[in-house]
Structures are given as C-alpha cells and as structure tokens.
Design a protein around this ligand. Structure first.
Ligand code: ASP
Ligand code: MG
Length: 475
C-alpha cells in the first residue's frame, strides 16, 4: 500500500484494561513500551468494565418513567469515575479533569430526567446515554497519559467516526472517517502526541451521537487503523490470544501465534470472546495485521490475525465448542420433500428471528440446531402444522478450524476415530472448507475436546503454535 504508515500502531484497550486506576496505569505502561520503540500510537478505549451495561440499565429505567432509579445508577457511576480519576491523577491533573467529568454527568442526569419525563426511550436517545461510558473513559485515560509523559490528548470520537443514522448499530462511512482522521488525528501523532479516543461511539452527518453496536470498540480500532493506514492494530484484552482450545478444558492448550481472518471468524461464533472478526474487517481488507494481546501479561506475544494464513504443518488451528444448543428434528412424513418444503420450514424460524446454526437433511427429515430456546415452544407449534416435530436440548457443537484441511484427505477419518467412543448426533461438512463440526451431548464435550486435542496437537507446528509454553510447563 503506497501510503502505509508503518510507524503508527492503533492500540485498543477493552473494558477490563481500563476498569480502574491500576488498569489504566498498566495501559499507560504498555503504550509507553510502544512509544519507546519509536512508534506513534493512537489509543482507542472502551468504557470502564460494566459501565455500558449500567448505562443501558439507567436508560431503560428512565424509559419506564423510573426517574429515581435511573438517577441512582448515574450517581453511582459518577462516584466510580470521580474516585478513579482521583486515584489515577495527581492534584493538578485531577483538578483539571474533575469539572469536565462533572459536566458530563450533569448532562447525563439531564438526559435521563428528560427520558423519564416523556417516558419513552428511543434508539437515538439510548445511543446518547450509552455514549457517556466511552466519552468518560477516554478523557480519563488521556489525562493519565498526559501526566505520565505520553503527551496524551483527548479526541472526541464523534468528531471522526462518521456513521449513518442507524441508531444502536450504525454503519461507519469509511471515506468520511478517513478524511476526518487525516485532518484531526494524524497531525497529533506526527507531532509526537498520543491521541486517545473512545471506541464504539460516533456521530451521523448532522453530528448526532450514534453507536456501532455492542463490542463496537474493536470496530473503531479497525476503522482508525484502516483510515490511517497504520502498520498494525493491537487489541488489548485479558487473554493471551487465541488458543488451540479452551485451556480450562485441556491443560495442554497452546497459544496460536498466527491465524487467518477466516479461521478467526469461524471461531468467533464459538464464544471465543476474544473479538468479533467482522469488526476487524476494515483492517484486514487493507492487509493491516491485527494482534490480540493480554494487558495483564504484556510480554506475551499474543495472536496475529492476518488476511492469509501462513502454511501450517498441522491441519487444524483450534478446536472450539458451543454448548446449550437444541436439535430440532422435523420429519416430513406427511409431505416428503415436496417443492417449497424447506422454505416453509425456514420461514417459521425466520418469523421468530431464530438463527439456525447447522442443518442436515435426509429424504424425509430435516434436523436443525438453534441456540436460542426462548421461542422454541412457539416455533415447534408452528412447525407442527406442517410436520412432525421433536426437540432435544443439552446438545453441543464441536468445531475444528483450519485452512489446511482444504484438499487434505483422511481428515474426517482421523477426527471421528479419535472420538469413536462418543455418540455423534449430527455432522456438517462442506459449507465452509475450513471447518468440520459435529453435534454431541453437552456432557461429552470435555472428553471429545481432550481426545481431539491429543490427536491433532501432539506435535504442533512450532512456527504457528507456541510450543515453548508447553515445554516450560512440562519441565
Ligand atoms: N463499551 C461497549 C460495550 O460494552 C463497546 C466495547 O466495549 O467494545 O459493548
Ligand atoms: Mg470487547
């Protein structure tokens, strides 16, 4: 890329990385480390941990007309932020910032009173309420950076992250964002300052506050990195990166050093709470590597997510499982596979906005799996009008992900013989060339994962997996 700015790194810190004064100082130390390598840093922060949920609760209370309840939540948040700032900053820093925090909370209180007075919460007002979390955390982190020799400077994300006006899940307008970043943020970095902005929030063309949807701070980081053509994006969280499997299930799990975007996307669904890959697409499309790193263990190298996976001698990168799924068997004995039958079945799921995870069909039956059970009785009642239906809960989906299964033969043989002692309820292969998934009883998940991990990660490719960690543990 002609205009790549490899000397700029965009660093995003999630809620737990800014949850209190100690965490914010840890964040400052991590940013200092990058600056000492001669890099310019742009920092994107989430709201302090749990603040977004609490703001949403305050907004909901106000929307029900519960003014006292809403203001009580806001008051607790005010104290938490002021106390954190007091602990974080020296006297000069604190007296400079405290009035700004006070003004933000006064505005929040006014807003909540207004919502309670009309007794109606619109998506637009909800975005306004919830934006206070990132507005506050970014100011505080910027002040801490200023005090710790990092030349921190606060940038209101709403001046650069231009979106449409789909409140609650606004779509960014990348060209407009790039122009704003080059105008407002790049000069700060080039002048040796560290811009700090809130993730998740933006504004539409009229300047009205919007949000990018829950977990949207990663998205902001990717948009900022993409817009600035940064050399790298770092997502600082509280895990060591993406692992070969859940280390709580399998003590032998290894850190995956590098993974492709597509592989990470397959894993995300399995509650790999690390990050939602769709949110890093703006970076991946520009071939900017995204790193997942642990702010509690900054020496750890984390996982690098790239557009293309490097060659790997091991077929799979990771094994994941998702529990609490339900299998619904729809037996079409009355209609057989007549034209339009599948459509009729899927229309029922569509009607209840129920996402289907896996489908498998035979001549007379369709099995689907779903993870939302709330509307299951209604769904099955509707399906019952066109077929015989039964459903069974407590199922789990196990999924093996790896680009290197493409075109390899014998993989399913290896997978299923490793777990031949486990009863398999449903299999799906083919939709994606990079994953193999099957459905088992929830109670068999641990056993299945350990067996598969032993089969496929006994001799992991050291260029892709952190094998040193395993040696260190074993000695
Ligand atoms: N604070 C927002 C949330 O909790 C955005 C983020 O943290 O990514 O959803
Ligand atoms: Mg997050």
């Amino acid at each position: 890329m002609s205009q790549a700015r490899n000397h700029i790194v965009v660093m995003k810190f999630g809620g737990t990385s800014v949850e209190d004064a100690r965490a914010m100082l840890r964040t400052a130390a991590i940013v200092r480390g990058r600056r000492e390598r001669g890099l310019g840093a742009v920092v994107v922060v989430s709201a302090m941990a749990k603040v977004t949920d609490q703001l949403l609760a305050a907004a909901a209370a106000a929307g029900r007309g519960d003014k006292a309840g809403a203001l009580a939540i806001a008051s607790r948040l005010r104290h938490r932020h002021v106390d954190t700032a007091a602990e974080l900053l020296d006297e000069t820093g604190f007296s400079a910032l405290e009035p700004a925090i006070g003004l933000e909370f006064d505005a929040l209180d006014d807003l909540l009173r207004g919502i309670a007075a009309v007794g109606e919460l619109t998506p637009r007002t909800s975005d306004n309420v919830v934006s206070f979390g990132e507005r506050l955390s970014s100011r505080m982190v910027a002040a801490a950076f200023a005090q710790h020799g990092l030349e921190g400077v606060h940038v209101d994300a709403r001046t650069c992250i231009v979106t449409d006006d789909h409140y609650g899940k606004a779509a960014p307008i990348e060209a407009a964002i790039e122009a704003k970043l080059l105008d407002l943020v790049l000069p700060l970095v080039e002048a040796g300052q560290t811009p700090v902005m809130g993730g998740f929030i933006g504004a539409n063309a009229e300047g009205i506050t919007t949000t990018l949807g829950r977990g949207g701070s990663d998205y902001t980081a990717a948009l900022v990195g993409g817009g600035l053509h940064a050399g790298a994006i770092e997502i600082w969280t509280d895990v060591n990166g993406i692992m070969t499997t859940d280390p709580r299930i399998c003590a032998d799990a290894l850190r995956v050093k590098t993974i492709s975007f597509e592989e990470a996307a397959e894993l995300a669904y399995f509650g790999a709470k690390v990050l939602h890959p769709a949110t890093i697409l703006p970076a991946v499309q520009k071939s900017i590597p995204v790193w997942v790193l642990n702010s509690r263990n900054p020496e750890n190298e984390g996982t690098k997510i790239t557009a293309m996976a490097p060659p790997c001698a091991s077929p799979f990168k990771s094994i994941a499982a998702k529990k609490r799924l339900t299998i619904i068997d729809v037996v079409a004995s009355r209609m057989l596979m007549t034209h339009g039958y599948l459509k009729a079945v899927f229309d029922v799921f569509d009607k209840y906005h129920c996402a289907i995870d896996m489908v498998s069909t035979s001549e007379v039956s369709i099995s689907v799996t779903v993870d939302s059970n709330e509307r299951l009785p209604e769904i099955c009642a509707d399906l019952g009008k066109i077929a015989d239906v039964k459903y069974e809960g407590h199922k789990a989906l196990v999924c093996l992900v790896g680009e290197d299964i493409r075109g390899r033969s014998g993989m399913s043989g290896r997978v299923f013989s490793a777990i031949r002692h486990i009863n398999i309820r449903m299999i799906s292969q083919g939709a994606s060339e990079i994953n193999m998934s099957f459905m088992i009883e929830e109670s068999d998940v641990e056993e299945a994962i350990r067996s598969l991990h032993a089969e496929f990660f006994a001799e992991p490719d050291p260029t892709v997996f952190d094998v040193e960690a395993r040696v260190a543990v074993k000695v």
